[in-house]
Structure formats: structure tokens, C-alpha cells
Design a protein around this ligand. Sequence first.
Ligand SMILES: Cc1ncc(COP(=O)(O)O)c(C=O)c1O
Length: 316
Amino acid sequence: MKDLNEFKRIRLAVLPTPVQRLENISRLLGANVWIKRDDMTGVGLGGNKVRKLEFLLAEAKEQGAEVVFTTGGAQSNHAMLTAACAKKLGMTPILILKKRGVTACKGNQLLEKLMNTDVRFMDTDDYEDIYAEMDRVGRALGRPYYKIPCGGSNALGALGYVACAKEIADAGMRFTHLICAEGSGGTHAGLALGAKLFLPGTTVLGMMVDTDPFDVITLDIMRQTAALLEADVDLGPEDVHLRDMCGPGYAIPSEAGGRAMAVMAENEGLFLDPVYTGKAFAGLLAMAEEGAFGPSDNVLFLFSGGAGGIFAECGA
Ligand SMILES: Cc1ncc(COP(=O)(O)O)c(C=O)c1O
């Protein structure tokens, strides 16, 4: 198997991110609940995508790209962080976003405006239309460009979360459960593969906040990432654990997500977001209520960022 250090990587994130015990919530739930502070990755408002972008933008730079394209919904945290990291590295980000979610100058749209980012909207339900548009715009610009898929969720991006699992293992920490939000699959896939490699005994659970076939998507990314690493692991459907926490729809706040945001804010002074981490933490709360965690279990919740969304989706 290849070492993670063999891959080109530009250090963008402040790592390792802290792991903290949620004392009040642990008491409330009668379980041992910990939080991995990937909201503190240190670029923009923080968040999971910085880890993926360390690998993706390294490849972009290596290929000589001057322009970086990516996509997502109107309030995509990934798109905002891609713009922030690309600007930091002297590249020009162009965001071609689905007209999906809050397009007004709030939340991540406001942050993109502050960074003077080229943001365009496309009225389509199909990302393939957007990738074709990236090629059209890139060719017309006549500058070398690099395309990052929605969520940065390909094998190279997922390496960021294989590295995160290794970071936890290297710190000598062990958890029975590792819980994350799942929006495009790369974070869960990287963690699940990373756990298989470095954290035996840890079950990784993806809390789905969209309606895509994540059983297939996650396993596909895990297999592609394992191939990139030349890792000799058997991967199958039994390695993918999912729970549907989408509620009324992607980027539409759910009642359970709102309650979970309140529990976290009132007890720990931390602000989850309505699109990803609020819904994911609602999944953790539901599992606790169902008695899924025993007294000797240690549960780690990945706080994957998303602060920008609070000021768009929750606002009036
Ligand atoms: C704050 C936040 N958490 C979690 C996720 C989900 O990660 P992934 O897209 O890798 O499934 C995203 C992705 O968009 C996100 O912005």
C-alpha cells in the first residue's frame, strides 16, 4: 500500500483538529460523545472540504492550472471553500452552481462576494450539464483549468478523510462509532476506508442529507480510493452504514435538525448548520434514544463545518 505522504498535497488546513468530549451532551444522553472539530480547519469559516482540497488543488497546481472550477448548490460550503483555498494559492476560482437553495447575497453567497468570486448559476438538475459548461468556459478563456467535482468527492478528495482517520489513530484515540454528514459521499467514504485501514473496531456512519443512492456512491468512492492507495482491502456493502436524515429535502431544514442544533448550542455553545451537521447530529441523537450506544462505547461526531449556511437557510 502507498503511504499518504507519497501523494502531492498542499498544506491548507490547521491539523490535527481538536477532539473534545461533549461533557453536557454526554451527561444528557448517558453516552460518551466526542466531537472532532473540523469546523476549525482554518480557511474561510472552516469545514471538511479543506482536507479534500489539500489533495485536489495540489493536483491542479501540478497540472499547471490557473483556473479552478467547481460546483454545488447555491449555498455550497464546498464551493465557497474551494474559492477561498484557490484564492489563497493564487488561482482563479469560477463557481458554476445549480440554481438550488438560497441564491440571494446571504450566507456563502455573501462570503463569495467578499472574495470577489466569479459565481454563475445554471438552471439544471444534472451536474453533467455543468461539467460541460466548465469545459466550454475554460476553452473560451484559453487558460489552463482544473475541474473539481461536486463536493470534491472523488478518490483524490476522499484521501483527505483517509488522512483524517489516520490522524485519529496516530493520536492514539479509538472510538466505537464515528458519525458524519453525507452530502456527496467523499467524507464518509474516506473515513470508512480510513477506519478499515487504521481504526479497526470503529463503525463509521453516514447521515444522509440528500436523496442520492449513497450505498452505491460511497462504496464506489471507497473502492476507487483504495485503488489509488493500492490498498489490499476487501470492501463490500457491509462496510457502508447509512441513515436517512434528509427530512423534507436537501438544504431544507428539518424539525429534527433544528432540535439538534438547539441541543448543541444550548449545551455546548457550538453552532451546527441546518443543511449538514444539524441533520447529522439529529441522527446521533436518534441513535442514542434507540439505545444504540452502550456505557463503554465512545462516539465521535465529525463537526464538518457549514457555518455559512446558518446565515442563509435559517435567516428570514
Ligand atoms: C458542512 C458540511 N458537512 C458535511 C458535508 C458532506 O460531505 P460530503 O460532501 O463529502 O458527503 C458537506 C458537503 O457538502 C458540508 O458542506
